[in-house]
Design a protein. Structure first.
Lengths: 259, 320
């Protein structure tokens, strides 16, 4: 089975996010960038389905030129090829535009199954995969913590607040996977070497049939007018190991009348 | 235009609490926009759900067997239908595992922009200004939406009281879209809530992370929890490893908790975990790494070896 997987490069989630004060876009230059950790589960899930069914995986990604690194990582993990859309005119695109671009790229592949992470770590809307499904007129099966592909069907365990629901749908379909669905593999040295020779198609917006005047900041139906750091609480008190911590913790709790 | 449509999340146990928070938010927005609040309640049967929604001006009841139990595809179709036929300016949906799907699907189907993780909403002229969490909650974005939009609202962002009061709303029946008869996906089964554990309601929680080392050491945390009268929680790696059941998982992919006391043991504080517990009133953290992010949200922390500290703490608590 042919599987397409969406990946995105994001500023390292363990770092502190910075925004350009003029454009309010997330600063993606001069900061540590990584493949979105959530997408590693997607790539692993895609590889497992492809391996079990004798198929292959196409990586689909949109982003600035540097984001090719995230694409290469997915190729190093074992994907066969990539479609990478990198166009300055896309800068500032909202989630719906991103979905339009990715959907157009996916439509060029022969994928029966599209896999994506549940939501990106940075933009954080969780909208794009479901929007891709709508645009491709395929069912979306979301929050999968377990995924199995049968004859023309896909069945997932959909994570809920209290447990999980078993949901089934026909292929082709779009599935979003949660962290913890699998243990993503590390790219092997051999995989990293092989990734350099794998085909990366880079279509233009025109080739994807997308009107450039409808993308980017100009095409966005909403405007981000300000971004500020979330309110931080005052730093707490940290006791470095000196043997009195237990007593001080109990005293602290006692002071607050917790115990 | 100018109306506010609230998607009322529900299950066999009734209207979800988030729906009342949305109704309260909707009342304020509708006042600013000069419009009405409409509440969409879509389920197999709605007669028992509607009476709780008196804070709305109009209750839109949509019934179809495919709407219960919750199936994302069915509820996307229901909300899409309601948006198309009622053309509200603002659509409010809870930022829950169900709501995220419903909002994203309906927004895409109706080509309306979506702002997720909203913690604040206000009217400015004819636009809606939303404050929302981005980048794992580390940043707050302010987004201005001039035309129609869909907004998913974080639980706890608005008080539920305003949405629970209110008089008698007009009721209207909204025909279910024909697509509900020919859905692609189907609901097969739900797992039962595991053993009645509800860490979301616990006043005190002792949560363990990977630092606990292995399931054989859980007893140390259990003893501390017992001494504090607390429930036991866990971070994702502990649940993924099968040391504790999913129902005990705190974090974005588990439960969001707001206890009076939260003791994090051997938890480094990945963004996914912090999001689920940072609103706790008092946070204590025990972690060997002084640079662990958990200390950024902790009110009191210790870098002591948890294998020394936990028994010592338990003993002192039992003695006091």
């Amino acid at each position: 089975m042919h599987v397409a997987v969406c990946v995105k490069q994001v500023p390292d989630p363990s770092g502190v996010g910075r925004l350009d004060p003029a454009t309010h876009c997330l600063v993606r230059e001069g900061v540590e960038v990584v493949m979105d950790p959530g997408d590693e589960y997607g790539v692993e899930a895609a590889l497992q389905v492809a391996e079990a069914t004798g198929g292959d995986v196409t990586v689909v990604s949109m982003g600035p030129a540097k984001a090719l690194e995230a694409v290469r990582k997915a190729l190093a993990m074992g994907a066969a090829r990539a479609v990478f859309i990198s166009d300055d005119r896309l800068r500032g695109s909202d989630a719906l535009t991103t979905a339009r671009v990715l959907a157009a790229a996916i439509a060029r592949t022969e994928a029966d199954l599209v896999i994506a992470g549940t939501e990106s770590t940075d933009g954080y809307t969780g909208t794009v995969p479901v929007a891709i499904a709508e645009l491709l007129d395929r069912p979306a099966l979301t929050f999968a913590k377990h995924l199995e592909v049968g004859d023309g069907t896909v069945r997932i365990h959909r994570q809920t607040e209290v447990g999980h629901d078993v949901v089934e749908g026909p292929l082709p379909a779009v599935v979003t996977v949660t962290g913890g669905i699998n243990e993503p593999r590390y790219p092997s040295l051999k995989g990293i070497m092989a990734a350099r020779g794998k085909p990366v198609e880079q279509p233009t917006l025109e080739e994807l049939g997308i009107d450039p005047s409808t993308v980017g900041l100009a095409g966005a139906a909403q405007r981000v007018v300000a971004v500020e750091p979330a309110a931080q609480r005052a730093a707490g008190q940290v006791v470095v190991d000196d043997g009195t911590a237990a007593a001080r913790l109990v005293a602290f709790l006692d002071d607050l009348k917790v115990i | 235009m100018g109306n506010v449509l609230v998607y009322v999340e529900n299950s066999e146990t009734g209207v979800a609490p988030i729906a009342f928070e949305l109704l309260g938010a909707a009342r304020r927005l509708a006042a600013g926009l000069g419009g009405e609040v409409e509440a969409l309640v879509a389920a197999g049967a709605t007669a028992e759900l509607a009476p709780a929604l008196g804070a709305a001006d109009v209750i839109l009841r949509m019934e179809h067997p495919a709407l219960s139990p919750y199936l994302p595809e069915a509820h996307v179709a229901a909300l899409t239908e309601a948006i198309r036929s009622r053309d509200p300016q603002v659509v409010l949906v809870g930022n829950t595992s169900a709501g995220i799907d419903v909002a994203a699907g309906a927004a895409a189907a109706t080509q309306r922009p979506l702002v997720a993780y909203c913690t604040g909403l206000a009217v400015d002229g004819e636009a809606v200004v939303a404050h929302s969490q981005v980048y794992g909650g580390k940043l707050v974005a302010t987004t201005r939406t001039e035309g129609p939009g869909v907004f998913t609202v974080v639980a706890g962002a608005f008080p539920g009281a305003e949405g629970q009061s209110g008089g008698k709303a007009a009721e209207a029946t909204l025909a279910a879209p024909a697509t509900l008869g020919s859905l692609h996906t189907r609901f097969i089964a739900a797992t039962a809530p595991s053993g009645g554990i509800d860490i979301g309601r616990a006043d005190r929680l002792v949560s363990v992370g990977r630092g606990i080392g292995g399931p054989e050491n859980l007893e140390l945390a259990q003893e501390l929890a017992a001494a504090l009268g607390a429930e036991l929680g866990a971070s994702r790696p502990v649940v993924d490893s099968g040391w504790l059941p999913k129902a005990r998982q705190v974090g974005k992919s588990g439960m969001t908790v707001k206890p009076k006391l939260y003791v994090a043991v051997g938890i480094s504080g990945a963004p996914e975990h912090l999001e689920g517990m940072r609103e706790a009133e008092l946070i204590l953290a025990v972690n060997s790494d002084a640079n662990a992010p958990i200390f950024e949200v902790a009110h009191f922390g210790s870098t002591c070896d948890l294998f020394d500290l936990l028994p010592a703490l338990t003993e002192r608590l039992q003695a006091s």
